[in-house]
Design a protein around this ligand. Structure first.
Ligand SMILES: Cc1cc2nc3c(=O)[nH]c(=O)nc-3n(C[C@H](O)[C@H](O)[C@H](O)COP(=O)(O)O)c2cc1C
Length: 330
């Protein structure tokens, strides 16, 4: 069974990917309930944390019920990253994750995120110092390389292991690819097949069906799957994959009452956590997926995503349940 440091995980664990503006405490809690074995926060700027920027600090909040949870940080300045580690530790996460994969220009141009894939010695050095700074297990999330001509992930993963990381998650795309094309899991399998690798190697990118997860496990031999987009507004994905692993069959999709219940609880947790205004606003992006596939739904969706008042949104949920309670999802 794979382990991250002392954290014991089930066979082929499913990890909720860090996702900006998505992987917040309410969403992580729902994913955990539905079978995610490890959850990660969205990335948090080391510079923001040390400036005590309120938005960055809010992202450090974790609920007990979501453990084990990793807090992900990004940056390229050693000093800021180390100070950020000290701040992150005060939130008592189970894991500290370093983001070496974000492809966004404003991150990359400062050499952070996937930008660091152009400077492997700096990537290794930063990692080494972070590992030394904390007693918590450190994990890394990265991509295959900067571009298709510079894929050195086998060597990179081994060097990161040698400086003490406890697991690596690899998104099967290069920085240049951004999110285009298909994720290529073959180089991730090469990392796993490297005889010197001892730590878990988790695959990421395009795991969007239970079959894809099974393929990552059975054909590519990876230690677990990190799941991002397939879970947005669909925390049931984790349970569906696990059911498929156990039975070889597909679980029935969640019913309307289950979806409405999840949407309600999601909104309520978000309000309790951030207050009504932000809670209402930030939960909106999940509703489309919660209620995907229902014909003539626009009117109700509009109600959910346009009102600033939680009472109206809860009323819209009640209305949806009343009107579409028996709807059969495909
Ligand atoms: C909305 C969104 C936000 C993301 N934010 C982060 C982030 O904060 N940190 C990170 O390492 N990756 C981030 N990613 C990348 C995902 O973690 C993941 O690597 C990518 O979506 C591929 O996996 P998937 O095909 O399962 O979605 C983000 C992806 C999406 C779609």
């Amino acid at each position: 069974m794979p382990k991250i440091g002392n954290i014991e995980l089930p066979d082929f664990p499913l990890l909720l990917a860090p996702m900006e503006d998505v992987s917040d405490p309410p969403f992580r809690a729902l994913c955990k309930e539905q079978g995610a074995d490890v959850v990660y926060t969205e990335f948090i700027s080391s510079e923001g944390l040390i400036r005590d920027a309120a938005k960055s600090v809010l992202k450090l909040d974790i609920y007990e019920k979501e453990r084990p949870v990793g807090i992900q940080i990004f940056g390229a300045e050693l000093d800021s990253m180390l100070q950020a580690v000290d701040i992150v530790e005060q939130s008592n996460p189970d894991i500290i994750d370093i983001n070496f994969g974000c492809p966004v220009k404003k991150v990359v141009c400062k050499n952070a995120g996937a930008g660091i894939l152009r400077d492997i010695p700096l990537m290794v050095k930063l990692t080494e110092e972070i590992v030394k700074r904390t007693k918590l297990p450190v994990t890394v999330k990265t991509r295959l390389g900067w571009d298709s001509n510079s894929i050195k992930i086998v060597e990179v993963a081994e060097r990161l292991q040698d400086v003490g990381i406890m697991a690596i998650s690899i998104h099967g795309r290069t920085r240049v690819q951004m999110y285009k094309g298909e994720a290529d899991w073959r180089p991730i399998a090469e990392v796993k097949n490297n005889q010197r690798m001892q730590i878990p190697v988790f695959g990421n990118g395009d795991v969007d069906t239970p079959e894809a997860a099974a393929k990552m496990r059975d054909e590519f031999g990876l230690d677990g799957a990190m799941i991002g987009r397939a879970s947005i507004g669909y925390p049931w994905f984790f349970k569906e994959v696990k059911h498929y692993f156990e039975t070889g069959k597909h679980l029935d999709p969640p019913t309307m009452p289950e979806r409405v219940d999840a949407a309600r609880r999601h909104l309520q947790m978000a309000i309790d956590w951030k207050g009504e205004k932000l809670g209402v606003f930030e939960t909106r992006r999940h509703y489309t997926n919660y209620f995907k596939g229902i014909p003539h739904f626009k009117e109700y969706r509009t109600k959910m995503v346009t009102s600033d008042d939680a009472v109206d949104v809860f009323a819209a949920f009640d209305e949806v349940l009343e009107k579409f309670g028996d709807f059969q999802f495909a």
